[in-house]
Design a binder for this molecule. Structure first.
Ligand SMILES: Cc1cc2nc3c(=O)[nH]c(=O)nc-3n(C[C@H](O)[C@H](O)[C@H](O)COP(=O)(O)OP(=O)(O)OC[C@H]3O[C@@H](n4cnc5c(N)ncnc54)[C@H](O)[C@@H]3O)c2cc1C
Length: 408
C-alpha cells in the first residue's frame, strides 16, 4: 500500500467524482475550502458519463424547482464560467401523451411550468412534427413544448467540475478507494482509504451506486437502491439535427434526442434490474455492468409508430449505468443524521446530472455556512426516518418510483 500523495488532513473530503461529488468539490474549492476529491476509479468515469444529459427546469417540489433553474442557468453559462465546453444545447422538449392519465401528467407539467414562470405551451401535432421531423405525433391527447429545456454531453460534466476544482486548489485523488469512515463521539473525523487515512471534519458521501455501502461502514443507513438504466444511440439518420427538441412519450416513459447525427433513445421499463452494491466485488466498475438491449428493443416496439427511424437504424452505442432511486423519487442532499459532519449527495433518481451544479453549490454552502438557500431539509435523509427499514420494502418502493417514471 502506497501512501504517496494522500494528504493526512483536509477541511473536507468528497467521496466520489461523479457529477454530484465533483460539483460539490468545485464549489467548496471556489469558497477556498481545502477539499480532497477522491474516487476509487478514474475521475468522472462511472454512471455520470453514461447519462443522456437531459436537463429541465420544472419540478413540482419548490426546493427542486429552485435548484433545477439554477442548474440550467449554470449550464447556459458553463463555458464562460468554467473555461470548458459541455456541449450544452437549448433544444427545447416535447412531451406527448395518448391516454387520460398521460394527458393529466402533461397538464400537470404545464401547470407547474406556468406557476414557475417557465415558458411552456401545448402544441398541435403538426407543429410538434415540424419541430422534430423524426417524430410522428399520431393522435395525441396533448403535446407540451418547453423551449428552454436542453441537453449536454454527459461525458464532459463531472470531469470539467473536477478539473476546475483542481485549478482552484482542490486535491483530486483518482484510484483511491475509501474503505471506511473515521468517526468518534458521534461525528465523522475523516476517511480511511486504501492509500492511508485523511482526517477531516466534513465528509461528503457522493459515491453514486456505492453511497449506502460507504455510509453503512459507519453504521449509518442511507435509503436508496441502485437501478440499471440504459440507452442506445443509432448510426446517423438523415435530417436529425442537434437543436431539434427532446421528445418524450409519457405512457411508455421513453425519451429521444439528437446524438452525433443519430437518435439517442432511453426509457424506464416496468421491472428494472436492481443491484445490491454490498455484493459488488471491490474492482467492479460500471463498465462491467451487464447490459440488455432487449429491454430497449421492447420499448422501441411500443413507440415504433412514433419514431419509425428507430425501428431500422443500426445501433452505434449501447450504454447503461446505476443511478440511485429513493422511495419518493427525490434526491438525498444534505446532512446525514446520526453522524455529525457527514453529508450526502446521492439518490439522483436518474436526474442528478441535470441537478449537479446547483446541488453542489447548495451543499457547499451548507458545509461552510451551516445553512443553504434554498433550505435543503425537504431533501434530507431524515424524511425516511423509521420508514422502509426492511430491504425488500425499500427496494419495492424505489422500483415503483423508477418503473414507467413519466406516468407514475
Ligand atoms: C442511461 C442513463 C441515462 C441518464 N440520463 C440522465 C439525464 O438525462 N439527466 C440526468 O440528470 N441524469 C441522468 N442519468 C442519471 C445520472 O447519470 C446520475 O444522476 C448521475 O450520474 C449521478 O452522479 P453521481 O455523482 O451520483 O454518481 P457516479 O457518476 O456514479 O459517481 C459516483 C462515484 O463514486 C465513486 N465511488 C464509489 N464508492 C467509492 C469509494 N468507496 N471510494 C472512492 N470512490 C468511490 C465511484 O467510483 C464513482 O465515480 C442517467 C443515467 C443513466 C445510466
Amino acid at each position: 500500500m502506497s501512501t504517496a500523495g494522500v494528504p493526512p488532513r483536509a477541511a473536507a473530503v468528497v467521496i466520489g467524482s461523479g457529477a454530484l461529488g465533483s460539483a460539490t468539490a468545485y464549489h467548496l474549492a471556489r469558497r477556498a475550502i481545502d477539499v480532497v476529491l477522491l474516487d476509487q476509479h478514474a475521475l468522472g468515469s462511472q454512471t455520470s458519463p453514461r447519462a443522456a444529459g437531459l436537463t429541465s427546469q420544472a419540478d413540482p417540489l419548490p426546493v427542486l424547482a429552485r435548484l433545477r433553474r439554477e442548474a440550467c442557468d449554470a449550464f447556459a453559462s458553463f463555458e464562460a464560467d468554467m473555461g470548458r465546453s459541455i456541449d450544452y444545447h437549448r433544444s427545447g422538449s416535447l412531451r406527448a401523451a395518448y391516454t387520460d392519465a398521460g394527458e393529466r401528467r402533461v397538464r400537470e407539467a404545464l401547470a407547474t411550468a406556468e406557476k414557475l414562470g417557465i415558458p411552456a405551451r401545448l402544441v398541435l401535432p403538426a407543429e410538434a412534427e415540424r419541430l422534430a421531423p423524426h417524430f410522428r405525433a399520431g393522435a395525441p391527447r396533448a403535446v407540451l413544448h418547453v423551449p428552454d429545456d436542453g441537453w449536454l454531453d454527459p461525458a464532459r460534466l463531472a470531469v470539467a467540475f473536477a478539473a476546475r476544482a483542481a485549478e482552484l486548489g482542490a486535491r483530486t485523488l483518482p484510484f483511491t478507494r475509501v474503505t471506511g469512515l473515521l468517526a468518534g463521539s458521534g461525528r465523522v473525523t475523516g476517511v480511511a482509504t486504501d492509500r492511508g487515512e485523511i482526517h477531516a471534519p466534513a465528509v461528503v458521501d457522493a459515491a453514486g451506486a456505492w453511497t449506502a455501502r460507504v455510509a453503512a461502514g459507519a453504521g449509518v443507513r442511507v435509503p436508496l437502491v441502485p437501478v440499471r438504466h440504459q440507452l442506445l444511440v443509432t448510426e446517423p439518420i438523415a435530417g436529425v439535427e442537434p437543436l431539434q427538441p427532446i421528445v418524450r412519450i409519457v405512457e411508455a416513459s421513453v425519451y429521444v434526442r439528437h446524438e452525433q447525427g443519430g437518435l439517442l433513445f432511453g426509457g424506464y421499463e416496468d421491472a428494472p434490474r436492481v443491484v445490491d452494491a454490498a455484493t459488488l466485488p471491490p474492482a467492479f466498475q460500471i463498465a462491467d455492468l451487464p447490459l440488455d438491449l432487449s429491454v430497449l428493443r421492447a420499448l422501441i416496439d411500443e413507440v415504433g409508430e412514433h419514431f419509425p427511424a428507430l425501428r431500422t437504424a443500426r445501433v452505434a452505442v449501447h450504454r447503461g449505468g446505476l443511478p440511485t432511486m429513493t422511495a419518493d423519487g427525490r434526491p438525498l442532499l444534505g446532512r446525514v443524521p446520526g453522524l455529525e459532519g457527514l453529508f450526502v449527495a446521492s439518490g439522483c433518481c436518474v436526474g442528478g446530472l441535470g441537478l449537479s451544479p446547483a446541488a453542489g453549490r447548495a451543499l457547499a454552502d451548507l458545509i461552510v455556512d451551516g445553512t443553504s438557500d434554498p433550505d435543503l431539509s425537504p431533501l434530507s435523509v431524515e424524511r425516511f426516518r423509521g420508514r422502509l427499514e426492511d430491504g425488500a420494502a425499500l427496494e419495492a418502493a424505489c422500483v415503483a418510483q423508477y418503473a414507467r417514471r413519466y406516468i407514475r
